[in-house]
Ligand binder design. Sequence first.
Ligand SMILES: Nc1ncnc2c1ncn2[C@@H]1O[C@H](COP(=O)(O)OP(=O)(O)OP(=O)(O)O)[C@@H](O)[C@H]1O
Ligand SMILES: [Mg+2]
Length: 233
Amino acid sequence: MIKIENLKKIYQSGEVEVAAIRQLDFTIAENEFVAIMGPSGSGKSTLMNILGCLDQPSSGNYYLDNNLVSSMSDDELAKVRNRDIGFVFQTFHLQPRLDAIRNVMLPLRYSDVDKEAAKARSIAMLQRVGLGERMEHRPSELSGGQRQRIAIARALVNEPKIIFADEPTGNLDSKTSIEIMDLFTELHNKGQTIVLVTHEREIADYADKIIHMRDGLIEEVEYVQKIHCTRAS
Ligand SMILES: Nc1ncnc2c1ncn2[C@@H]1O[C@H](COP(=O)(O)OP(=O)(O)OP(=O)(O)O)[C@@H](O)[C@H]1O
Ligand SMILES: [Mg+2]
């Protein structure tokens, strides 16, 4: 689904060049659940922004579904961003004036889904992420975990091929983080491809594969051993 070849990203800040991504090569298959870990400044968010087509690399190739992203027109890129990619941020990025339903409806605004259908789909998606009860509340009236559920519902409403989440549990307590990770696991079990960035080993352990980054390079790719057990409740 994703193929990265010889990717580099250099930021120019004034006179100084910062090589945020020095060299990356990897692939991500359909229905893979990948975590990206690494110290602060190792290039994780830079990579996620490139993968999410929010930013462009300085050089190298990014193939999304066999299409070379750098060869896409702005129109095509906007379509890919809207249709194929769902993005979840650490700080939720919700519209404060809109209730949960209207926040989730936002990505459908420029699609050919009419308003009633968009609303129905948003409600269904909020129910799926466990927020069926509080759909008419604004973000400020909801907890961090509930806000992140809205953001996840919004990322999912277009049924994207892939979800990118940059530290989705970074602002949540550990209990709420587990709830959100259980939700990602459920989505993954239903076929969703997920790539998420985290600082925490316990969060990364939910993934199948962990890409460890350091100084803009891959240090190690680790396959997570899943121990199957029934959780005591
Ligand atoms: N817009 C920018 N202009 C210049 N330098 C930048 C820019 N964005 C990031 N950088 C630099 O690129 C490097 C990688 O940053 P990035 O945000 O990708 O790190 P990160 O791994 O996500 O870190 P964190 O864990 O703190 O979120 C850092 O040295 C950072 O200072
Ligand atoms: Mg970051």
